[in-house]
Design a binder for this molecule. Sequence first.
Ligand code: KPL
Length: 374
Amino acid sequence: MPDDSHNLNHDRWFVLGKGSIGCLWATRLRQCGCPVTMIVRDSSAGDSKAIELTYVPPTEDSKVVGTELGHSASDNGARLQPTPAQANAKSVFQLEQSSPAALTHANTPIDRLLIATKSYDAVTALNQVKALLSDNARVVVLCNGLGFHQTLYEQLQASSNTIEFYAGVTSEGALLESNRVLRHTGRGLTRIGTYIPTNPSPNTVDPDVNPSKQRCLAQDADAVFPLNFSLAIEYTNLIHQAMVQKFFINCAINPLTALYGCLNGELLQNETHYHGFKLLCAELQTLYNAYNNQSDPDRSLAMFELLTQASHVASVTRANASSMLCDYREGRTLELATLNMQAIKMGQDLNIECPINAQLVSNLLDLNRRAVLE
Ligand code: KPL
């Protein structure tokens, strides 16, 4: 663990993942005055250096996405941050860029860490910088999907059980037009909450008796991102529900857009695509209902109609290429392990067959393998 007395950069955010969401957060954090270091793997960034990233704001008429789940207002006393006009101008931001090796060599303490990698990279990426986290570090994960949060949590706990760990889901739209230009394509909503472990480990201290955990729960409403942050953030105690619902929406939209090679809106407009979309939503709805009954007997996750919600998201983001379609086009690994393969695993645990998801995963793995070979 690095020596905290050397830490003159208490409000510096370190960002893992230089995709569109990582870059959006980096520019917005810079905009409100926080120093930012992008952690990159490239050996070219062996030594820390400064890079410039241009933020292009959304057009005035871009809608807020993310209120589709009925949470536009606070569900637990949380609030949305205001977005002052000057925060939204096109601007060029200076960001530090450094590699895990360079940070480790300099023994740089990390107090604030955002994980915005592809979901399958999150655990490895965290491992590369975990030793630099200070005892009271704040870690926020914003990756798509389910199934890896618990591993992140356990790794953080093993470092220090006073690290604050938040999970988030975002519907912000962003596109990297080049590695120096980030376009904010649509305003969204980001919901953040303290991650609640699925199987508390023996050294996990109950938040009721751990003063540090009490502090972080008590401060959720205004503590995670700076007060003048220009993205809409809602702090919630129902983060698990938000993660599960976003997971099901992503399981419905992302793989089909990659398979059909279509934009989100075309899932609704093209008759054949829509037929596939309805069948997939029906299979996922059965799974959601069973999961909900099993994991939440008081049914606070209930009343979620996947076809309606996923259609709404596909419609509001109609001009977007989903992240999985972009990954497919770029020959990157698809986030299937944390989306539809995770759904199949959930089905196995609940004795629910998921043949449509299984076929979809198999077709996409084949396509992806061929794309990577080409
Ligand atoms: O989250 C998304 C993604 O592409 O990963 C959706 C909501 C489908 C928007 O494109």
